[in-house]
Design a protein around this ligand. Structure first.
Ligand SMILES: [Zn+2]
Length: 336
């Protein structure tokens, strides 16, 4: 099943930065095949994770934080943006301390193992340009704190972040992550742990348990777009386990999945008349009938569909930005 989830913290660098101590060196040497000199490496420590709720309403349980510490002591890659090709260094120590996991990392000076040279990366870390970190984790269980079922099980009908009334009290749905393991550690421009939430929203929608109002609420809560999020997640795989018990459920999910993968003007909420109207008023990509835009919502949808256009991307972007000005919405890249 889906094993790539991300655990993000924006409170990163802590402790030693720069030259390794003798005890750092003895741990670094355990990672290396041949001897390493202290001058060869740059070390720093980050707070890799803690127990705070993130913006997607999940929190790491102590069991996970202690596992992370073991994993970073054992040695995990230090990457940028969770890209396997962007190896910057390696962890050599991990420590669980007061509800946080600290990871110690080393970078070898003077080499180039990614798009940027190690020395440039070191300067970036030292000066605080590379700051926010995120753990890619696997395994473990993600448990809803309202109903104590696994968050992606059908038994749980709660969308993280949404407030439910339970026994006369308002409670926000949150979830905990138990006994997960760290796969790597990355510097990221902006982290998130949205995957489980997107999956949950997609699943609830497929089950008919998320109406239009709630979809709008989801988009507001997460500053996102459920349709776009559903394109990112493999809805079919989370729903496949239900085929055995409920075939219509899977068929419905496939229909939604197919629909969200269509460009907005081919989705059922976009009519032929709207398309004609746009064409007549010159609100299509110049010289074509692609990207019809009649209102602000179309602009938003068009922005999400830029990635798959077969037309000249620069022209599409400039056209959409022109429409964005006309309908008073943010241009591409201006979204918060
Ligand atoms: Zn639940």
């Amino acid at each position: 099943m889906n094993s790539n989830f991300f655990d993000y913290t924006s409170v990163p660098v802590t402790g030693t930065v720069g030259t390794p101590t003798d005890s750092d060196m003895s741990l670094i040497r355990k990672q290396a095949l041949a001897d390493v000199a202290p001058e060869e490496v740059f070390v720093f420590s980050v707070r890799a994770s803690d127990q705070a709720y993130d913006s997607f309403h999940s929190r790491m349980d102590d069991s996970t934080l202690r596992n992370y510490a073991e994993d970073y002591l054992e040695g995990r890659s230090l990457l940028r943006n969770h890209e396997p090709t962007q190896i910057m260094g390696r962890s050599y120590n991990g420590e669980y301390k007061n509800g946080s996991t600290l990871a110690s990392l080393y970078v070898v000076r003077g080499i180039k193992t990614s798009d940027i040279a190690a020395d440039d990366y070191i300067t970036g870390v030292r000066t605080g340009i590379f700051k926010d970190v995120s753990v890619r984790f696997h395994g473990g269980t993600q448990v809803c704190e309202l109903c104590e079922n696994e968050i992606l099980s059908r038994a749980c009908t709660h969308l993280p972040g949404k407030v439910y009334e339970i026994a006369g009290k308002e409670r926000k749905a949150t979830y905990g992550i138990y006994d997960a393991r760290a796969a790597e550690l990355s510097h990221v421009w902006k982290g998130s742990n949205s995957n489980a939430v997107s999956l949950k929203a997609a699943q609830l929608r497929a089950l008919g348990k998320l109406d239009d109002k709630e979809i709008a609420q989801y988009n507001r809560l997460y500053g996102g777009n459920l349709r776009a999020d559903m394109e990112r997640v493999d809805v079919i795989s989370i729903l496949a386990e239900d085929l055995k018990t409920d075939e219509s459920y899977l068929l419905r999910a496939m229909k939604i999945y197919k629909e969200v993968n269509l460009p907005y003007w081919e989705r059922k909420d976009y009519s032929e008349e709207e398309r004609e109207k746009a064409k007549k008023s010159g609100h299509t990509l110049p010289g074509t009938d692609a990207f019809p835009i009649n209102n602000a919502k179309d602009v938003e949808n068009a922005k999400h569909d830029v990635g798959r256009t077969k037309h000249d991307k620069a022209k599409v972007v400039s056209y959409i930005n022109k429409m964005a000005s006309e309908y008073g919405v943010s241009k591409i890249g201006e979204d918060k």
